[in-house]
Design a protein around this ligand. Structure first.
Ligand SMILES: Cc1cc2nc3c(=O)[nH]c(=O)nc-3n(C[C@H](O)[C@H](O)[C@H](O)COP(=O)(O)O)c2cc1C
Length: 201
């Protein structure tokens, strides 16, 4: 399915067949997901794929009761954002240096600037993490859809409980979870017409 069809036919999937999502397909989906933009290209996120029954239980026991259906997914993918927003700064800067796009002095200034962002207040950090994970989340869901895999973004879970169960770093926060699998049933929901969501000034 191409991207336009995937967007046109989007629906969150909450009912799945028994078919397993193949490892190669998952690898392709995550390869596409890495193409998502993030601020300064810092990519302060990662995905954890819960595949075994034991691993999935960590998510199913952390959701609010209405989300109990997630246990029937083939896998549960957890998107984690890192408050240590410069966690990948060395790699990002190394690439820029190698490509000759910056020199050492500029790299040092950038490193300091990234570091300073970490000392802002928690409201700023929440905004930063949200912005820098929802775009990768969208790339992920659309990559799934174009490869025939259904998903649904789920936020109804206890963040602290899930962090503990997944043994996340102190600076990491689970942002969204995505039950995934081959779709069994899909309900298409109403959307506002395109003309209603923008104005030209
Ligand atoms: C940020 C966010 C959080 C969501 N959380 C949940 C959730 O906790 N449980 C759930 O069943 N669906 C959840 N959804 C899915 C929405 O209910 C669904 O996308 C919406 O009803 C539109 O339906 P559609 O995606 O099938 O078009 C969430 C969606 C978003 C974007």
């Amino acid at each position: 399915m191409d991207l336009e069809d995937a967007m046109e036919n989007w629906s969150s999937v909450k009912k799945f067949t028994d078919e397993e999502v193949e490892r190669e397909k998952l690898e392709k989906i995550f390869e596409l997901t890495t193409k998502a933009p993030t601020a300064f290209n810092l990519q302060p996120y990662r995905f954890i794929v819960l595949d075994s029954e034991e691993a999935m239980e960590k998510a199913t026991s952390s959701v609010i009761p209405v989300n109990g259906w997630i246990r029937y997914a083939d896998k549960i993918v957890v998107l984690v954002g890192d408050e240590e927003i410069d966690v990948n700064a060395d790699q990002v800067l190394e690439h820029k240096l190698e490509e000759g796009r910056i020199d050492e002095e500029k790299a040092e200034n950038l490193r300091k600037m990234y570091f300073d962002y970490k000392n802002r207040d928690s409201e700023f950090m929440t905004g930063w993490l949200t912005r820098n994970t929802v775009i990768p989340a969208t790339f992920f869901m659309l990559a799934c859809k174009t490869h025939g895999i259904g998903s649904c973004p789920v936020r109804g879970f206890d963040q602290d409980k899930l962090s503990e169960k997944l043994d996340l770093k102190e600076t990491e926060r689970p942002i969204l979870i995505f039950p995934i699998g081959y779709p069994k049933e899909e309900d298409r929901n109403w959307r506002r017409p395109g003309g209603e969501i923008f104005e030209i000034r």
